[in-house]
Structure formats: structure tokens, C-alpha cells
Design a protein around this ligand. Structure first.
Ligand SMILES: [Fe+2]
Length: 233
């Protein structure tokens, strides 16, 4: 296909916990969304600006402090509050995560754009589908970035990592929900989908769903019972 892609996409390592933030948008519209703005909000916004892109919103994978800012292990992590101080943009969050996000970051309900699973945020020729994938937290969401005629990209937060999945032993975690999110939602994505996780916990920073379906043991559990015993739940 000769037509050039409209996709603007950047993966950005941030902070001290191997987090990966993302800038996703439309080149033709010169607009983008920032996924999980934390640790280095100025750095992310400056990058978008240097690329000639206007940040028009934030996509929140889940409310943990290393993804959205807040107090953690005695550290004060900058996040969505700093983003809002620099630019008033909507924070796109799943409806099951809104209260947690408010509690952890101190933002207001009016700052949020509260979503159901399956909602789509569109920018130019780019559609970002918000997939509700509970398990790590009740309102965890993954972002399936689609452009007609091209393989999609999945930004998977702390739900799916390369070779592993997110923890399910934290407050609000649900191992059974994680099984259904992995098997009922993410495993159904096309093999050619590119996978971009929320942490760099592996030598490579991206993979494909085909590779993960083949090699990731957490996607290969043959039943809920097997998965739960695997997770020690
Ligand atoms: Fe997390």
C-alpha cells in the first residue's frame, strides 16, 4: 500500500520503575494523546511539542501511582496533576477506575472523561479502542490503536507484559478477571497486532500478539483452574 500512515506513535521510558509512557496520535491532525503521563510529564509534553503535536488528552491504563502520579514508597511521583497544570485536557479513564484515580492523584471528576469498555477515541485516521481488561485493577484498560488497512497496536498497561502479565495480588486485583481479560479479550486480537507494555520487564520493548500467544505462559493456560494455580491464587 502506497498511502503513508497517519499514525504518530512513540514509546518513552520514564522514571525509576521501568515504566513506559506513550504518545499516540494523528500526523495529519497534528494531535496526540499521552498514555500514562507520569515521572517526566514535561519531558513527554516537550517531546510532543518538538514533534509538532498538540496533546489533546491523556489515556489512563489504571490508577497506580507509577502510571498517573501520586505518593508511593515515600516517593512523590508527578503525574496527571502536573499535566493538568500545564494543559487542561480530559483524562480518559474506565468507569471502574475513576474513583481510584481521583483518590490517588487529587484530580477532580470534571477533569475526567469516564468510559465504558469498547468506547473509541478518534484522532484523524486513527481510532483508539478502549478495551476494559480488569484483573490487575478493576478498571484497567488496554488501548487498541487502529488504522484502516494496517496492523493494530495494543498498549497494554499492567495487564499484559512480554512473557508475563500484571500482578493480581494487590488491593482490587482479581485473578479470575485477569484470566478472562487475557483469554476473552486480548487473545482474540489479530496475531499481527503489535504489543507495547506498560513496563520494560523484558529485554525487548515490543512484541506481537502472535509471539505472545505462542510463548507467554499466562496466555497459554488451558483453563481457569490452571491459570489460578499458576498465579498461586
Ligand atoms: Fe500497576
Amino acid at each position: 500500500m502506497s498511502e503513508e500512515s497517519d499514525l504518530y506513535f512513540g514509546q518513552h521510558p520514564v522514571g525509576q520503575m521501568a515504566n513506559l509512557a506513550y504518545l499516540v496520535g494523528s500526523i495529519s491532525q497534528r494531535k496526540c494523546l499521552v498514555v500514562d503521563p507520569a515521572w517526566s510529564v514535561d519531558g513527554l509534553l516537550d517531546q510532543a511539542e518538538a514533534d509538532g503535536m498538540e496533546v489533546v488528552g491523556a489515556l489512563v491504563t489504571h490508577y497506580h501511582q507509577d502510571h498517573v502520579g501520586g505518593s508511593l514508597f515515600g516517593m512523590s511521583i508527578e503525574g496527571v496533576d502536573k499535566l493538568l497544570a500545564r494543559k487542561a485536557v480530559p483524562l480518559h479513564v474506565n468507569k471502574h477506575e475513576a474513583d481510584g484515580l481521583i483518590q490517588v492523584t487529587g484530580v477532580s471528576k470534571s477533569d475526567l472523561s469516564i468510559h465504558e469498555g469498547g468506547d473509541v477515541v478518534e484522532l484523524g485516521g486513527i481510532a483508539v479502542r478502549l478495551l476494559h481488561t480488569p484483573g490487575h485493577t478493576p478498571g484497567s484498560q488496554c488501548f487498541f490503536v487502529e488504522e484502516a488497512g494496517r496492523p493494530g497496536s495494543l498498549v497494554s498497561g499492567d495487564t499484559l507484559f512480554l512473557g508475563s502479565c500484571g500482578r493480581v495480588d494487590l488491593p482490587g486485583s482479581d485473578p479470575e478477571a485477569m484470566y478472562h481479560s487475557l483469554n476473552g479479550v486480548l487473545k482474540r486480537l489479530p496475531d499481527e497486532t503489535l504489543l507495547f507494555p506498560g513496563h520494560l520487564y523484558s529485554p525487548e520493548s515490543q512484541s506481537t500478539m502472535e509471539e505472545q500467544k505462542r510463548s507467554n505462559p499466562f496466555l497459554r493456560a488451558s483453563s481457569l483452574e490452571t491459570f489460578l494455580s499458576f498465579m498461586g491464587a
